[in-house]
Design a protein around this ligand. Structure first.
Ligand SMILES: *Cc1c(COP(=O)(O)O)cnc(C)c1O
Length: 471
């Protein structure tokens, strides 16, 4: 491809991109394809000779697009969002063009220094004390792995990095039964063993029971285990419950445990002064992760990891082969030492574009708007006696189910709601996912997509009521 051809194609792609985003709500939100359909539509062998971009792009439209679930649709109410926004996409175009690999400062000083500055902006925006430092990771899963590994190394004076586990180390990690599955995965990868993860029961609002946390730690100490780390969640995956950080924080201090906070989704709300209560107890936090790629309108992937002891993080991950030695080492941040991968995309750029383009007030307004839409929806659900809300709504995810008064049987209710969800998702008009709360099949209505407005939420709620009526 020539530069001239690239220019022509790129212009027409941008037109396609703008058109797509303008009309994204007309696509079926959840891709309706059956398994194997896309795979079969792609030739089994790579082409020997280069093909024209027009032809490749045509296949993108006819073969790939039908198999896309439209995460940028304002009718996307499933999981948590993976939001993008116009400024973020523009930055991604530049990032792709530069093709920067920012493993160390020298491989692109701007990538390293912008990352450091944008992390400082976010620390200030979220009112973190200035003894924290930040680094961008690909995902919350990886950031939490970094937390566990750093905790493991710090407590053993970096011994396991040197000698391996050498048999038994009876560490214990504590989280709640509502904690995200990535923590269990991370515990396995960190060599701690799944059995070392103790899942503390939750209260009636799905928050970690801190009395049981303390009991578990004391029992483990008595039995000769080595308590290592507590994972507190702000915004659990099922209901966005907020673990009681002040109490957890005090326990972590008393027993000298690493305290990691997983705020992958809810962390974005910390840019609102009225949500600072979530982070009370921050003085004992060792590490914290949140995902701008969820609710801060920055393209996947972009996960922000704050640590109090950056030296411990670096000490855990650093390796220094001859070919990576530089004159500037020690004066600058070489982010390859701040996490698992060596190579690093220039992710700070899109975050910088987003924060500057929206401004603090713009970001706050957007998040407040989603929160308000959720509050309005609660009122509508409460007005309908055939529906019930199954969990408190501290943020913008509403857990509810269809419960007509003539149906009492639990299994029948589960079935009804599962059918309701399938019918709505198959309609293509909106996309919801489910969870199970107190053994009840529960539909989640998550309101946080970049382009969602009052109209989309109202239409989706009407669709739910209409579909339910016909069951
Ligand atoms: C989404 C989420 C994760 C996983 O995030 P990734 O960035 O995809 O790894 C972890 N914890 C919580 C609470 C989440 O909401």
């Amino acid at each position: 491809m020539t530069s001239e051809e690239f220019r022509k194609q790129a212009h027409s792609f941008v037109d396609w991109m703008a058109n797509y985003l303008e009309s994204v709500e007309d696509f079926p939100v959840k891709s309706p394809v059956i398994p194997g359909k896309i795979f079969q539509s792609i030739p089994d062998h790579a082409p020997n000779d280069g093909e024209a971009m027009d032809k490749i792009f045509q296949d993108f439209q006819t073969k790939i697009l039908p198999g896309i679930t439209h995460w940028q649709s304002p009718n996307f109410f499933a999981y948590f969002p993976a939001n993008s926004s116009y400024p973020s996409i523009l930055a991604e175009m530049l990032t792709a063009t530069l093709g920067t690999q920012g493993m160390i400062w020298e491989t692109s000083p701007a990538a390293a220094e912008l990352e450091e500055k944008v992390m400082n902006w976010l620390l200030e925006l979220m009112s973190f004390p200035d003894n924290f430092e930040g680094v961008i990771q690909d995902t919350a899963s990886t950031a939490s792995l970094a937390a566990l590994l750093t905790a493991r190394e710090k407590i053993t004076k970096y011994r396991i990095n040197e000698t391996g586990f050498n048999g038994h180390e009876d560490f214990r990690v504590y989280c709640s039964t509502e904690t995200h599955s990535s923590i269990e995965k991370d515990v396995k990868i960190a060599g701690l063993g799944r059995k070392s993860l103790i899942k503390i029961p939750v209260d009636d609002q799905f928050r970690m029971r801190t009395d049981l946390l303390e009991e578990a730690i004391q029992n483990d100490l008595k039995e000769g285990y080595r308590p290592l780390c507590i994972i507190a969640t702000l915004g659990t995956t099922s209901t966005t419950s907020i673990d009681p950080l002040p109490e957890i924080s005090a326990i972590s201090k008393q027993y000298k445990l690493w305290l990691h906070v997983d705020a992958a989704f809810a962390g974005s709300a910390l840019i609102l002064p009225e949500f600072q209560w979530m982070i009370k107890g921050i003085e004992n936090i060792d590490s914290f992760v949140f995902n701008p790629h969820k609710w801060l309108f920055t393209n996947f992937d972009c996960s922000v990891y704050f640590v109090k002891d950056a030296k411990a993080l670096i000490h855990t991950f650093e390796i220094l082969p001859e070919y990576l030695k530089t004159q500037t080492r020690g004066q600058v941040n070489d982010y390859r030492d701040w996490g698992v991968p060596l190579g690093r995309r220039f992710r700070a750029l899109k975050l910088w574009f987003v924060i500057r383009s929206y401004g603090i007030s713009g970001l706050q307004a957007k998040i407040r708007y989603h929160l308000k839409l959720a509050q309005n929806l609660i009122q509508n659900i409460e007005k309908n006696p055939d529906f019930e809300i199954l969990a408190p709504v501290p943020l913008n995810t509403i857990c509810f189910r269809f419960h007509p008064h003539n149906v009492k049987n639990t299994e029948k209710l589960d079935e009804l709601n599962q059918t309701l969800l399938e019918k709505i998702n198959n309609s293509g008009k909106a996309y919801f996912t489910h969870t199970r709360l107190n053994n009840k099949y529960t539909i989640r209505f998550m309101i946080g997509q970049t382009y969602t407005t009052e109209k989309h939420v109202e239409n989706a709620w009407k669709l739910i009521m209409k579909t339910a009526e016909k069951l």
